[in-house]
Design a protein. Sequence first.
Length: 345
Amino acid sequence: MELNLLLCSQFTAEQDPAAGFEDQLEQVRLVRDAGFGAVFASQHYLAHPFQYLHPLPVLARIVPELGSMRMGTAISLLALPSPVDLAEQVATLDIISGGRMTLGVGLGYRDVEFAAFGLGAEGRLRRFLDNLDLVRRLLSQERVTFEAEHARLDDVPIALRPVQRPHPPVWMAGHTDAAIRRAARRGLPWVAAAAHVDEGYLAHQVQVYRDACRENGHEDLDLPLLQELYVAPTEERALEVVRRSLAVKYRAYQAWGQDSVLPESQSFDREFEELRQGRFLIGDPRQVADRINRLVATASPSHLMLRMQWPGMTREETLASMELFAEQVIPLLATDITGPTSGPR
C-alpha cells in the first residue's frame, strides 16, 4: 500500500490563504521525507464558507518539492471545464513533473457549480462521460474527431502530448453503486471516499466495486481510499484539536448536499461524536494504526490518501500530527508501505 497526502486547500474566511499555502509546501516536504508516494489536491468552485485553492496551479507549484513523489487531482470536476483546456493543462503538468501526474475525476453534486457553468440538472452525466472520453483521446491520440453539444473536433491534429503513454492514469470517484460500477466497467480505479461513509457501508461499496471489476474483466485495478486523519499523544488531545474544524467542514458538506446521494443511514446530520465513529482516523498512535489495519483488512486499498488538516487548524497542530504519524503510526502498520513509483499506477 502506498501512502498519499491529500492537501487541504480549504481555508476559513479568517485565515490568510497565502500563509496557509506556505504551510502546505512544508507538509509536502515532510511527507516526501517520510516516504509517501504522492500528493493530491481537490477541487470545488464557489466553495463558501471556504477559500478553496484551484488544484492545477497548486500542483504546478509543488513540483519542485516532490522529490520522487507523484501528484494528482482527487478530484477534478470533469463535467464543468472545457475538456480541451483540461487535457492541455494535464498534459502540461505531466511534462512539468516528468511524467508523474494522475488525473482523478468525478461528476460533482453541487447545483451552484453546475449553474455557474451553464449546466442544468439534465445532461450532467452525459457531459461528464463525453468529457472523460474526449480528455483521454486528446491525451493519447495523434488526431481527434469528436462531436457533442459542447465540443466539436473534426480530425484535429494533436501536438501537445504528455510524458506518460498512452496518457496519465485516470481515477474515478463516485458515491453511488451506479457510479462505482461505472468506474469498473471503464477499467478505471475507483476513489473510495471512506471518510464519508461508515465502516459497514464502505465494505458494501468495496464489494460492489470488486464484483463489477470481476464481471468486466478488470480484477487488477488499483483501489485508492481517501480518509481523514489526525493523531496526537492521546485521543483526548486529538479530539480537542479537530472537533471544531471537522464539525465545520462536514456541516458545510451537508449544506452542499454531499451526502444527498447516499442512504439516510450515511447522513452527515448528526453530532460530531456520532459522526466520527467508524469514519475518521482520530486518536493516539495505536488507535490510528489499529483503524488503518482494519481498513486494509476490509478494503485492501492500493493507496491510502490521507487528509491531515482541516479548515481552521493551525500550522503547529497540523505538523505535530503529521510528524507523530510518520514516527509512531507507520511502524505499527501491518501492511508493507511502498515508496514513490515512477510509472503509471
